[in-house]
Ligand binder design. Structure first.
Ligand code: NAP
Ligand code: MG
Length: 471
C-alpha cells in the first residue's frame, strides 16, 4: 500500500495543506493500491506564485538553455522505462502494449520540442514591423487519466520551448504515475518554479487554476463538459485557452478498400487504449453492399481480441479505469439496445473469468443510424457502431453530422480518392489508410472537440503572445 502525500512546489516535494485523501483502486482487481493526499486552493495558489516568480527569469532563458533542460528531462525519463510502463499498467489498467507505445511518445515529445526550438523564429517581420513572439506567462495544465504522463510531457515540453512556467493538475487517479514523472522532472534540475504539480480534485485545484488571475493560459485535455466550464471561468480574466476535448470519430471505408487491411485497422482505431481514447474511431461507415462481408470480418477479429490482465503482453483490451467508467460504458450498451441497435458481438456484463476488474466485452453494434445516442455521444470504452451508406456523398454527410470533429479515418485502395474524401471531412486530423501521429503537425478539434491546436508550430504559438514593434 502506497501513500502519496507530497506535491511539488517551487522546486521541492512538499506536503499539501489539503487534508482529504483519495483512494487509488486497481482497475484490474478493484483492490486498494494506496491513497493520495489531495491539495487544496491554498496549495494551488502557492504553486501559481512559484510559477509566477520563476517566469520572470525563465522567460528570458536562451534556446540553448531550454534545449539543455529538455534533454535533461528526456534523459531522466529514459532511465525509468520499466517503471513508467509498469505503473501505467498497474494504476490505470493501460495494456502493456499501449503503455509501451505511450512511453515512446513521452520521449518523442522532447525531440519535437528541441526540433521546434532549433527552427522556430521567435522574431519575424510582418508588414513593416518586427513581430516578437513572447512567452505568454504562467500556464495551467489540466489533464485526464487516459494518458496522463503523455499529456504532461507534450504540454510541459511545449511550455518550456516557449519560455513559460507551469502549474500542472493531473487526475488524482494518476497519482502514482504523477509521482514517477515528478521524480524525473526533479532530477532534471530545471530552475525552481518552472513546473509545479498539484494533485487534487478538478472542482478545487482545477477551478482555482481556471479562476486565478496569475494564470495566463490554460491547456486542458478532457471532456467537453468540463472544457466548457473552464472556458467560461477563464474569460473573466481573459485567459488564453487550448481545449482538447472529446470525439466521435468517423471511419469511412470506401468501396474499393482492401477489407483485409481496413477492418483490422478499424478495430484498432475503435479499441485503442481499451476504447478510452478521444481519437477512437467509433463510427465505422461502410458501403451498404459490403455490410455482410464487413460483419464477418469484424466479428472474427473481435472474438480473437484478447481482453484481460493488462500486464500480459498479448492483451489488447484492459479494464476500464474505474468502476464509474465501467458503469458508464454498460449504460451506453444498454442505451444502444434500447434504441433498437443490434449487437453483432459483445454486449452487457463482464467477460467470463474477469469479474473482479472493470472489464467490458468489446462490443459492436449494427443497424445503427447516426441519430442514435450511441452514434452521437462519446462512450469512452470499446464500443463500435457500424453505420451503412449508399454513396460517397452520403458517407461524408454522415461523417460530418456530429457535434465533434477531432479525428477521422478513411480507407481506400486509391490514395487520391481517399485524399479527396479526407479533404471534405470536418476534423482536425484525418488518417488515410493507417493510424499515425505526426508530432510536428497540428492536433485538435473542429466544433465541440475543442479550441486551438497542440503540436508543431501552431501548438507552440498557443503559448506565445505576438508583439509588433512599429517604427
Ligand atoms: P474530465 O472529467 O473532463 O477531467 C479532465 C480534468 O479536468 C481532470 O483533471 C479533472 O479533475 C479536471 N476537472 C474536472 N472538473 C473541473 C473543473 N470544474 N475545473 C477545472 N478542472 C476540472 O475528463 P475525464 O473524464 O477525466 O477524461 C475523459 C474525457 O477526456 C473524455 O471526454 C475524452 O474525450 C477527453 N479526452 C480528450 C483528449 C483530447 O486530446 N482531445 C484526450 C484524452 C481525453 P478530476 O480528475 O479531479 O475530476
Ligand atoms: Mg472527471
Amino acid at each position: 500500500m502506497k501513500t502519496i502525500d507530497k506535491i511539488y512546489i517551487d522546486g521541492e516535494f512538499v506536503k499539501p495543506k489539503g487534508t482529504a485523501y483519495f483512494d487509488l483502486i486497481s482497475p484490474t482487481t478493484n483492490e486498494k493500491l494506496g491513497k493520495v493526499l489531495l491539495g487544496n486552493e491554498e496549495d494551488t495558489q502557492n504553486a501559481i506564485n512559484a510559477a509566477k516568480k520563476a517566469f520572470k527569469t525563465f522567460s528570458k532563458t536562451t534556446a540553448t538553455e531550454r534545449i539543455q533542460y529538455l534533454e535533461n528531462i528526456q534523459n531522466s525519463i529514459k532511465k525509468r522505462k520499466n517503471d513508467f510502463i509498469n505503473v501505467m499498467v498497474e494504476e490505470y489498467g493501460g495494456t502493456f502494449q499501449f503503455a509501451s507505445v505511450s512511453y515512446e511518445y513521452m520521449l518523442k515529445s522532447f525531440d519535437s520540442a528541441i526540433n521546434l526550438l532549433n527552427n522556430y523564429e521567435f522574431t519575424k517581420k510582418m508588414g513593416e514591423s518586427e513581430v516578437q513572439m513572447t512567452p505568454i506567462g504562467v500556464v495551467g495544465i489540466i489533464i485526464p487519466w487516459n494518458s496522463s504522463n503523455g499529456f504532461i510531457c507534450s504540454k510541459l515540453s511545449t511550455a518550456i520551448v516557449a519560455g513559460c512556467t507551469t502549474v500542472i493538475k493531473p487526475s488524482e487517479m494518476s497519482a502514482q504515475q504523477t509521482q514517477l514523472i515528478t521524480e524525473c522532472l526533479h532530477e532534471a534540475g530545471l530552475p525552481i518554479g518552472v513546473f509545479n504539480i498539484v494533485n487534487g480534485l478538478g472542482e478545487i485545484v482545477g477551478a482555482e487554476i481556471s479562476r486565478n488571475p496569475d494564470i495566463a493560459k490554460i491547456s486542458f485535455t478532457g471532456s467537453t463538459t468540463v472544457g466548457k466550464m473552464i472556458a467560461k471561468e477563464a474569460v473573466n480574466t481573459m485567459k488564453r485557452i487550448t481545449l482538447e476535448l472529446g470525439g466521435k470519430s468517423p471511419n469511412i471505408i470506401l468501396e474499393d478498400a482492401d477489407l483485409s487491411k481496413a477492418i483490422p485497422l478499424a478495430i484498432m482505431a475503435a479499441y485503442m487504449n481499451s476504447g478510452q481514447a478521444c481519437i477512437a474511431g467509433t463510427r465505422l461507415l461502410v458501403p451498404e453492399n459490403k455490410l455482410e462481408e464487413v460483419k464477418l470480418l469484424v466479428k472474427e477479429l473481435v472474438l480473437n481480441t484478447v481482453v484481460g490482465d493488462p500486464k500480459n503482453q498479448n492483451t489488447a483490451i484492459g479494464p476500464m479505469v474505474s468502476q464509474k467508467q465501467y458503469e458508464r460504458v454498460q449504460n451506453y450498451i444498454q442505451i444502444g439496445i434500447s434504441e433498437g441497435a443490434e449487437i453483432l458481438t459483445g454486449g452487457l456484463g463482464k467477460p467470463a473469468g474477469l469479474e473482479n476488474g472493470n472489464f467490458v466485452k468489446p462490443t459492436v453494434f449494427i443497424n445503427v443510424n447516426n441519430q442514435m445516442r450511441i452514434a452521437r455521444e462519446e462512450i469512452f470504452g470499446p464500443v463500435l457502431s457500424i453505420i451503412t451508406y449508399k454513396t460517397e456523398e452520403e458517407a461524408i454527410e454522415i461523417a460530418n453530422d456530429t457535434s465533434y470533429g477531432l479525428q477521422a479515418y478513411v480507407s481506400s485502395a486509391d490514395e487520391k480518392r481517399a485524399h479527396n474524401i479526407a479533404s471534405q471531412i470536418s476534423a482536425g486530423r484525418v488518417q488515410i489508410n493507417g493510424i499515425g501521429h505526426d508530432p510536428m503537425a497540428p492536433f485538435g478539434g473542429f466544433k465541440q472537440s475543442g479550441i486551438g491546436r497542440e503540436f508543431g508550430v501552431l501548438g507552440l504559438e498557443a503559448y506565445l503572445e505576438p508583439k509588433a514593434l512599429i517604427q
